[in-house]
Design a binder for this molecule. Sequence first.
Ligand code: PEP
Ligand code: MG
Length: 575
Amino acid sequence: MTDERRLLEGIGVSPRVGFGTGRWIGESRAETENPTTDEVDPAVEQSRYESAREVAHDSIDRDRKRALERIGENEASVFEAHREFLTDPQLTDAIETAIDDGEPAPRAVKSAFADPIEQFETMDGPMAERADDLRDVRDRLVRTLEGTDNVALESLPSGTVVLAERLTPSETARLDPERVAGFITQTGGRTAHTAIFARSLGIPAVVGIEAELAALDGEPLLVDGEAGTVIVNPTRQEQRMATAGVAQTVRSEPAETRDGQEIEVAANVGTLADLEPAREHGADGIGLFRSEFLFLERTDPPDEASQRTAYRQALEAFPNGRVIFRTLDVGGDKPISYLDMPAEGNPFLGERGIRRSLEQDRDLFEQQLRALCQAGGAVGDDGGTLSIMFPMITTVEECEAALSVLADVLEGLSETGTPAARPDVGVMIETPSAALLAAELADRVDFLSIGTNDLTQYVMAAARENERVAGLHDPLHPPVLRLLEGVVADAHEQNAWVGMCGEMAGEPRYTPLLVGLGFDELSMSAVSIPEVKDRVSGIDTAEAEELAEHLLECHTRGEVTAALERWSAGVQEGT
Ligand code: PEP
Ligand code: MG
């Protein structure tokens, strides 16, 4: 082992920097084979399996509760899926048959999970993450059966940087952010559950590192979850900067650039449990309420009254701000069991978002719009400004059709004696087509909000959760930047305001570029808000515009990244 400083590159998944000592916690815990045991009594193995299942059930429940308290309702729902895997009849049958055929229980579990894991691994996007969930459940069962619980993740020594081939969501939820200085894994993507947990817990994390991580056990490591880099043997100065951490002063007042330009910094939320953290981190409002989360993990859709209550609560949480509800965005990566959603060869290019709302989910769409308008009317001036946003728009006709459904809903309300004011309406710009139609769309609505997660995947033809093409799924590629510039200019020309609610908005190192491009609003995970507000206040708009102009002239992502880094270094030197 040498003391030489080395830089490793991966995918940064949380805007935090940490410094500590590497601790290899091993391969995916149950991937290795056990030696054969000679005499196996199926009846004994069967009862061992049943009691392991009970233990696993209880431990999933504990993890769910812990995630609910420490991370959020949305994230905790992962463990409900784990509970379903644990009792899945196909898996249970396969395990019991293998035991009847004379396999010891741990081996029966491993072999029953092997095929489904492999099948999910070969899929694209979020379905590939299901493999992680299955591994998680398998490992719980195997650990119990073998009595080999892995490292006590809850009580790692302070300053540990966890090194692993992969971390499952439940392992991540067990990490103590007060003690863990970061984690580094070989697999994973920015939008996987593990990454979302890391962001919510505020743990610095880099995934998708190709190097041999076991070799970093005991090494001093700096984890930069923002830049996606790991420095082995960092310099003293780097260590000091990492230990100093990132800006965490929460500002509840709106962020202003040095020259007095106000930028709205809002939060992305999925459930009501996310509202309080959004306020605590100083959000000016909600820039993206992913309403589909109210519809997931259920056996039937929420009724109009319960939707109204939920929307009202969100509006009341931000009485002086704006709350943008995105209408149901299902399909693609968000299947819903009680909706008729036939399997599609390429669901990301299929029936998603507004396409379904205008066709097969039309009744649900109308019901949701009614609940939203009524919630807005009920809170009146005591709540935030109700805004409604349509997802996955690709044509002007879709925008017009959605607006006309809203107009009919408002008319219906007035006829039944409960009139409601027309809310502000916007569309998401997350397809190349919508970006190129920005002027026509902005002419018909009040605002546009760019979803860079989908926009980047459609522009670059690179799935958003596939780490193998993560280099392509990067909004710094020139074609994406050029579309951003065009959308902002077209929106402003039509007197519409324009925001961004994709993950790009929550990357503090991009804040100067986004201010320079002219964004009026940036919406992100709550945890990123303090630092983005901090960055905004250090920016001079004219300088940021110059930076944006310069980056727009670059031909490659490499040039953009290098120019951005040079600019940031120059700013730091100047301060
Ligand atoms: C996006 O596509 O950037 C976006 C914000 O929507 P979602 O991540 O929910 O698809
Ligand atoms: Mg999207």
